[in-house]
Design a protein around this ligand. Structure first.
Ligand code: 2DT
Ligand code: MG
Length: 216
């Protein structure tokens, strides 16, 4: 189990298909919360580590890897950061993260792996207090700038990933809030902030529940 403390930061993860607005909304939330407390924004894959640079090559179609091996590398890439995420949260820093283990499971399920295999390596990671899921229809995402450069950016894959994100087992044990990307950025960001405030009221200073383990 992760060490606990009395007033820890909030852990919010943004998930969704490619081009669904995760980066924009996660950065806006980080900026918003940053006016009152320290915030760390991060994203997965973290392409700066040796494992991350291999994943970067894979995603840019410059390296090929087996589906199972790549799944484990994505998970290892999160474990590289797990202790520092827990430390930051326990020292009162909010952690806002663009993609996490839910992308890990959803993309690998879309590649044909089963949910149990996909969740096993990520079991025990710090569990987020809130997942903001940016729902976009694959056809609409395909219209966005630069679509198609990355290995998984094609309609059939995105449709499968979208279905996998809706599996109850993938969402189990974590608070999810779904957003409709067709609404304006302003409307969605206001709702993202509300959802984060509510999560803070549940887990904020003074009342912080211990940091939990994902899918444990
Ligand atoms: P972006 O950098 O544009 O978000 O693309 N992915 C990500 C996986 O297949 N497994 C994972 O565990 C994670 C975190 C989704 C990253 C791409 O990598 C995929 C799209
Ligand atoms: Mg992408």
């Amino acid at each position: 189990p992760w060490p606990t403390c009395g007033s820890r930061g909030l852990f919010v993860v943004f998930e969704g298909l490619d081009r669904s607005g995760k980066s924009t909304h996660s950065k806006l939330l980080a900026e918003h919360l940053g006016s009152e407390a320290p915030v760390r924004w991060m994203c997965f894959p973290d392409r700066s580590s040796p494992i991350g640079s291999l994943l970067d090559l894979y995603l840019r179609k410059q390296a090929s890897l087996s589906i199972s091996a790549v799944h484990l590398l994505f998970s290892a890439n999160r474990w590289e950061q797990a202790a520092s995420i827990a430390e930051d949260l326990n020292s009162g820093t909010h952690v806002i993260c663009d993609r996490y283990a839910f992308s890990g499971a959803a993309y690998s399920i879309a590649n044909g792996l089963d949910l149990g295999f996909c969740q096993a390596p990520d079991r025990g990671l710090p569990a987020p207090d809130l997942v903001c899921f940016m729902r976009v229809c694959p056809e609409e995402a395909a219209q966005r700038e630069d679509y198609g450069l990355s290995r998984y950016e094609y309609p059939e894959m995105q449709a499968k990933v979208g279905k996998a994100f809706d599996l109850p087992g993938l969402r189990a044990g974590v608070a999810w809030h779904d957003f409709d990307s067709r609404r304006s950025q302003e409307v969605n960001q206001a709702e993202v902030r509300d959802a984060a405030r509510q999560a803070l009221a549940r887990s904020g200073p003074g009342t912080a529940p211990p940091l939990r383990q994902l899918w444990a």
